[in-house]
Write a protein that binds this ligand. Structure first.
Ligand SMILES: Cc1cc2nc3c(=O)[nH]c(=O)nc-3n(C[C@H](O)[C@H](O)[C@H](O)COP(=O)(O)O)c2cc1C
Length: 224
């Protein structure tokens, strides 16, 4: 069982970092292999919008994203964490999201993979927007839990204060992966509807082969 733990804040340490660490350690104690990805330490360029990746599955930019995508492919599940910033999410997390959208997102490479997301806010707002990033919204993942904590400004809670909730969610994630718990019906239906629209209005026309990679992935999965 391989878990990719994504530390999504643009700083070292902090409350969310400690929460992701806590869950990662619990999963490791349960026997999972944990791969830790700290976005602040990764070299992630801005997406240039060339759409080469939809055609080839490869991004022409030379940075850490190809390696990150490979680690996402290897992972059975994800533990993700980041804080609300200005009512939304850290720009760094969004930068990664944009870079993976047309490869693992449209390629449906995370379909049904389990996610435990951990978010935090100082005072208020941002829960929904942050959750969309942390759970890879639109990629049809299986969200086991989305924990959201209010920290105060400056942060006045510590990981020990929420350890019980983190442990319960970590155990739920571990069990879901072990049981290979299938996608909930509503998520599956939503994914099928999305697939229908993408197939009908995008992939079918495939002007100049621009969707070649995505189509190849969908054929492998029996969707085209
Ligand atoms: C640039 C920036 C923007 C923030 N925007 C918000 C906000 O819009 N609303 C809010 O309640 N807290 C906001 N915060 C507070 C953080 O959400 C809070 O400090 C964080 O959740 C604490 O977790 P951490 O130690 O893991 O960073 C912001 C913090 C920073 C640094």
């Amino acid at each position: 069982m391989r878990i990719l733990a994504i530390y999504g804040n643009p700083k070292h340490g902090g409350f969310v970092h400690d929460c992701v660490d806590h869950v990662a350690e619990r999963l490791a104690a349960l026997g999972a292999e944990v791969d830790r990805l700290s976005l602040v330490d990764a070299h992630i360029e801005e997406c240039a919008g060339c759409f080469t990746c939809m055609r080839t599955g490869q991004c022409p930019l030379d940075d850490d994203v190809a390696n990150i995508i490979e680690r996402m492919r290897q992972a059975d599940a994800f533990v993700t964490g980041a804080s609300v910033r200005n009512g939304y999410f850290p720009a760094l997390y969004k930068r990664l999201f944009e870079r993976i959208t047309y490869i693992v997102g449209f390629g449906r490479e995370l379909w049904g993979k389990h996610v435990l997301a951990i978010g935090a806010v100082g005072m208020a707002t941002g829960k929904k927007h942050l959750g969309r990033m942390l759970t890879f919204h639109g990629f049809v993942t299986h969200v086991v839990d989305y924990l959201f904590f209010r920290t105060g400004i400056p942060t006045s809670i510590r990981v020990d204060d929420v350890a019980g909730r983190l442990d319960r969610s970590a155990d739920r994630l571990h069990s879901a992966i072990e049981r290979k718990a299938p996608l909930p019906l509503l998520t599956r239906l939503g994914g099928a509807l999305d697939n229908f629209a993408i197939r009908r209005f995008m992939l079918k026309s495939n002007p100049d082969g621009v969707y070649d990679y995505v189509i190849q992935r969908w054929k492998q999965q029996g969707w085209m």
